[in-house]
Design a protein around this ligand. Sequence first.
Ligand code: SF4
Ligand code: SF4
Length: 451
Amino acid sequence: MSGRQAVLRIPDVKPELKELEIPREAVVSGDHPVILAMADGLASMGISVTLVHPFGEIEEIVAPLRGLMEADDEVSRKYAFLTEKVSNNKSIKVMGLSTLVAVEGWWGNFTAEILQDGKLATVKAPGLALAYRGNPKVPEAFSTDDVKGFSEFLGQFDFRKGGMKKVPNPVKRIAFVLDVEKRDEKWPSVTALRFGTYLKEFGSQVYILCRDFKVSVDDMEREYRMAREAGVMIFKYEDLPTIQKGGQGIRLTFRDASAVSREKPLEVTLEDLDAVVVQENILPAEEQVELLAQLRIPSEGGFVGPNNPQFTGRTAKKGVVVGGDTWYPEYPTDAMTTALSASQELFKWVGKGTYKIDVERVAEVDPSKCATCLTCYRICPHDSIRVERYGERNVYITAGAKEGPTWEAARVKVETCNGCGLCASECPAKAIQLVYYPDMEVYDFLEGNLR
Ligand code: SF4
Ligand code: SF4
């Protein structure tokens, strides 16, 4: 068998399609103002929405934006319009003073547990859109009165569009420090670059200090070039910069290893800074941690969805999308655009009313071999594995049944399995096979090619 044939082998398998009915419904929940955009976006595509929020009145959802709404006409206009539209939309059922506390089931068939006025209600939710506000925390290494986190600083200056117009030159010399505790987040690079370029229009001197500048975001290479052309200076530091109070402002000292060579790093001192802004950790509220863990949305040490700003609010769990700070912190009008993309993403799952799944291209567990080690459960990117009680091979014992063997073993949910094969390759007990490409065929192929 040649390598070419092996590549062609998988598409040759005839799919066995099963049609599932998916109600055109979704639950939108959270305390971030973009839940309005998500609810409106889904409703305008014909989805019945249950909007779950913790406030007394729908107008209070935009309360965190009030200062900015006064400063920026665009934010004000867009969010006021959305509030009114959602209030008057009959296909959006609004549940105020409510919190989503748990989610059971899987895509197409979620059950949302909602706490309202101390009482627990359950709502069927084929799809979920979530957007929470995060709590920013400046890393301890930079925790002084002279240093601000991105959210606080940008909030104070009403980000880059609003209040800035009224303050001609609010900062003369500013340094953004990225990657203090986390190196893999892209949103601080995006924010520093865009805000830095904007500040250059006011004649400010702008420095960005980072370990790695992340430009693998839509349009970022172009923005990076524009920022450099505008005069934003970017340094790469190795050890954390030190910060001191200087004569005219704040002094930052660090070693830039990229400017000359790693062996001879350049000692750099930035004097007389008006502001030092560091990348803070964005943490979820305590009461959201459990829900996020259930849904496999990362929250430890940060609150940034899949940490990939170019994707559209999709999470590792099919049928769940996120926006707001659960995705990553953005200017409110940008966050609105992201939230709308997330709604469109969710529409792909719940919008057609039916969905075809291929039950042939999935993984299957042999329960007699499974050691219940949970490796597959942990690595499945689609959250498609559960541990259940079995009767015999692939016969599952329903709740309450007394007869038959009752050992526990992993079970693959065919409704959500994407047939990626990760679980089959990682299972230490060799208990998982891909139905359409069993191990024996893989061995035959390898033997044939290694001869
Ligand atoms: S990885 Fe294998 S042995 Fe471990 S739980 Fe999954 S199927 Fe069972
Ligand atoms: S084949 Fe992929 S999607 Fe399916 S259960 Fe295994 S790891 Fe999950």
